[in-house]
Design a protein around this ligand. Structure first.
Ligand code: XIL
Length: 345
């Protein structure tokens, strides 16, 4: 005997399917849900289909870092970054730029170049000016400086910090100069400071907050703080995140979750336990919930979307399965949790 499905059930199922992407749920509430992407994967149909369906904002994982943009001192390579901008444009997505000043992903010619403070200063100016002008109108926000503080709240020793001559006077020398140069190069771009492991509070959080206060007081152009949120189970609660976000939004700054992933212990096949996947889903839900609760939290991005291409297994030995889609682009519990909070939370 043939079972007939009542039309009303079919209609309800169709409706549920229609509202079942992160992108649709985000757009219904005018929210930006983003992810880090790799230009080389944009031509892979499975990758690009999931990307365009689920997200309305993207950020290059490496293509706008010095190592890719500056293959040699006198040449810029914009092609991979441009491919990302092009993809975004044809799929109605915004682009976040990442990152102008960082101690990692620096080309050897710069790292080993033995440049004087004066030369470093000129390089910083040329870089920020050229890159922001190239992407003006295409990149709406930049991580101007990434990861400038140590865990204890002191400034990290880097190729930039260790050349005091390149910055403005004062404790935040090179950071202040980078923000001022960025504003001058593209007055329309939103300028972010981005960091990790301060989301739950502590000395690094206090140090970033002190800098943000100082910048606001003295008119240094800072528009927002990026909360990377590279998490593991138990490292953060939604309440802590909301608390630290509000400390910045009280200064008139925006905040964004910029690099969310939740790494889990995995077996030799790269698989996590069902219990951990459920806990991971809960944490994803708490993070997006905190962001939606804070009016000046203006976007949430994951650091990649499929476990197939996550940076976690290469960086944290024995960990993986950190993203909302598995290696075959199938939605995981974390996806369901993000979706349900975006739909109703
Ligand atoms: C990571 C990339 O995902 C890796 O592929 C690369 O090897 C190293 O950088 N914080 C950041 C990101 O701001 O730029 C980093 O991205 C992850 C940590």
């Amino acid at each position: 005997m043939k079972t007939l499905i009542p039309p009303v059930l079919i209609a309800a199922a169709a409706l549920a399917v229609a509202a079942q992407t992160l992108r649709q749920a985000a757009e219904a509430r005018h929210f930006h849900i983003g992810t880090a992407v790799q230009a080389r994967l944009l031509t892979d149909p499975a990758y690009s289909a999931t990307l365009a369906r689920e997200f309305n904002q993207i950020q290059p994982e490496g293509e706008m870092k010095w190592r890719v943009l500056r293959p040699s001192q006198h040449a810029f390579n914009f092609a991979p970054g441009d491919a990302i901008v092009k993809f975004a444009r044809s799929h109605g997505m915004r682009v976040r730029g990442h990152t102008l000043v960082w101690h990692e992903a620096v080309p050897a010619w710069l790292e080993d170049g033995h440049f004087t403070s004066r030369e470093m200063s000129a390089l910083l100016r040329e870089h920020i000016d050229t890159v922001l002008k190239h992407y003006a109108g295409s990149v709406y926000a930049w991580d101007v400086v990434n990861e400038a503080f140590n865990e204890d709240g002191t400034m990290r020793s880097t190729l930039w910090y260790d050349k005091p001559g390149i910055g403005a006077p004062g404790p935040y020398g090179y950071l202040e100069r980078a923000f001022r140069l960025a504003r001058a190069a593209d007055p329309h771009a939103l300028l972010f400071y981005n960091d990790y492991n301060f989301e739950a509070g502590g000395k690094k959080f206090e140090a970033i907050l002190a800098m943000a206060r100082d910048f606001k007081k003295r008119g240094v152009p800072l528009d927002g703080i990026g909360f990377q949120c590279h998490l593991k189970l138990g490292s953060l609660t939604g309440a802590q995140l909301e608390h630290t976000m509000r400390a910045f939004t009280a200064l008139g700054l925006q905040v964004q979750v910029t690099e969310l992933d939740v790494r889990l212990p995995v077996n030799a096949a790269g698989q996590a336990s069902p219990e951990d996947l459920a806990q991971q889903a809960k944490l994803y839900g708490e993070v997006v919930h905190a962001c939606l609760d804070v009016p000046a939290c203006t976007a949430l991005q994951t650091w990649g979307f499929s476990d197939r291409y996550s940076w976690i297994p290469g960086k944290f030995h024995g960990f993986g399965a950190a993203l909302p889609f598995d290696v075959n682009y199938q939605p995981k519990p974390a996806f369901e949790s993000l979706l349900s909070v975006l739909l109703k939370g």
